[in-house]
Structure formats: C-alpha cells, structure tokens
Design a protein around this ligand. Structure first.
Ligand code: HEC
Length: 245
C-alpha cells in the first residue's frame, strides 16, 4: 500500500510538473488510504474454530477463566508458586497436577472435593467465599462431559457492537474473567471490580481499557488476551460513556 501511494505520488508530481496547471486536477485514485497499521477488522466476527453450542461446557471459554481468576493469584496455583504442587493455568497443568481430576466421583476428584468442601478452612478458593453454584455446576458438567480440552468461538459469524450493555455484557465478562482476583478484602492490585461505581471510575480514567490491551502483563493476569470482538464490544461500551445499562 505504501509503495502504491508513493508511486501514485511520484506519478502525480511528474504529471503535474510536465503539464501546465489545470483547473480540474485529477483526484488521487482510491481517495484516502486507510491507516496501514490498523489491520483488525473490528466490525465482524470470524469463522475460525467451532461455534459455541449451548449444550456443551467448554474448557477454554468457561472453565479455565474461573480457575485462572480464582486460583492462580500470587502465592497460589500459578507456575511460579505451585502451592501444594497444583498448577491451574492450563489444561495440561490441571491434568498433570490435580489428583483424579477426570473422576466423576466428587469425593475422589480433588478439584471438585476442594470446591465442595464444607469446612471453610479447607475449601477452595483459599480464604474466599465458595464459588457460586452456577460456577460449580459448570465445572461439574464439563467433567461429566468428559473433561475435554475443548473451546469454541464465541463470536462465530458477526461481532455485534451495537447497544453493548453493562448488565448483559460487561458485568458477566468481569464476573467470569476478573472478579476472582478483583474482589474480597484484599483484592489484587487494590482494585475491586464487584460494583459498577468502581468499574465506572476505571472506565473513565482509561485504566480499564489500558489494562486489557497492554502488550505485557495484560489483564486477565495469567490468562489469554481477550479476543478482538470482546475488546471491540468493551470499547463500544466505553465510548458510549460506560453507562450502567
Ligand atoms: C489472576 C489474577 C487477576 C485476574 C484474573 C485479573 N487481574 Fe487485574 N490485576 C491483578 C494484579 C495482581 C494487578 C496489579 C498488578 C498489575 O497491574 O499487573 C491487577 C491490576 C489491574 C488493574 C490496574 C492496572 C493499573 O494500571 O493500575 C486493572 C484496571 C485490572 N487489573 C483489571 C482487570 C480486568 C478488567 C480483569 C479481567 C478482564 C482482570 N484485571 C483480571 C490480578 C488479576
């Protein structure tokens, strides 16, 4: 594109210097060049991978974000700290470090056993409220469906950035991917994302978007970067003034 623009530029210069000035100079073909650094098409989704089926629970999309968010913070089950030898940052690590993780007997399956533990001192997440019933059900269903290393494309087809709502999109996103670390009495980074007013403050001062788009140590910390469609939807909501809608 740049070579083409340069060529056109030189062509126009040479033509205009060779010809007398003319009232009707020809317009540059193609009009304004798009920014060559902007290669993401934020208006559409993509058709890679498989579309999400409501009948399946997907490890990459639904289970791993819970593990990363509630279990891998500093001192816990990340690759550096390996508390009790358990690492929950990927499918491979989960399979390799948690006892009987594919068992459908919840007393034997160490993952389910610690999530369902009644004694708050032994239950996981450590020194935090238990996972919600919905989160536990997701993990249990994923195990019952064979504990597969599966994932789906949440934006298969189109990426709809119109009328992105806090209640339907932003809050569930934060609950799924951020809240495990950013809640409780000592939230990570001193940032609590469990209520709208805190989210709104970080939306307005630019820290929220900066944190999920920075090129190193992005949020969610320890997890994969949010996909382009999710980022476009978040941006659309931020550009609309981050309303509590
Ligand atoms: C595994 C734990 C973990 C998860 C999950 C996580 N964070 Fe964080 N977050 C941290 C830690 C630790 C810090 C402080 C250190 C840093 O900024 O990297 C932090 C800092 C931040 C900051 C402040 C950055 C700044 O510039 O001061 C923001 C904003 C933030 N997180 C947003 C999010 C959002 C949004 C998500 C979900 C998409 C998320 N976090 C998920 C651990 C986490």
């Amino acid at each position: 594109m740049q070579r083409y623009a340069l060529f056109t530029f030189l062509l126009v210069i040479s033509l205009s210097s060779a010809m007398p000035a003319c009232k009707h100079d020809p317009a540059l073909p193609g009009g304004i060049d798009p920014d060559p650094t902007d290669t993401t098409d934020t208006s559409t989704g993509d058709n890679t991978g498989v579309p999400c089926s409501p009948d399946s629970v997907y490890f990459e999309n639904q289970v791993l974000p819970i593990l990363v968010s509630y279990c891998t913070e500093s001192g816990c089950h990340n690759e550096a700290d390996r508390r009790e030898g358990v690492v929950l940052t990927s499918y491979q690590n989960l399979m390799a470090t948690v006892k009987n993780v594919t068992s459908n007997n919840w007393d034997k399956n160490e993952l389910m056993a610690v999530l369902l533990e009644d004694d708050p001192d032994k239950r996981m997440p450590y020194q935090k409220p238990a996972l919600s019933q919905a989160q536990i059900n997701l993990i249990a269903t994923w195990l019952e469906q064979g504990a597969k290393n599966n994932g789906c494309n949440e934006n298969y087809g189109a990426c709809d950035t119109v009328n992105v709502r806090y209640s339907a999109f932003v809050r569930p996103l934060i609950q799924a991917k951020c809240q495990g670390c950013h809640s409780g009495n000592s939230p990570q980074g001193g940032i609590n994302l469990t209520n709208y007013s805190n989210v709104k403050t970080l939306a307005s001062n630019g820290k929220l978007y900066a944190a999920v788009t920075r090129s190193v140590n992005w949020m969610p910390s320890g997890g994969p970067k949010l996909d382009p469609c999710t980022l476009s939807k978040l941006k659309a909501w931020l550009d609309a003034g981050a309303p509590e809608n």
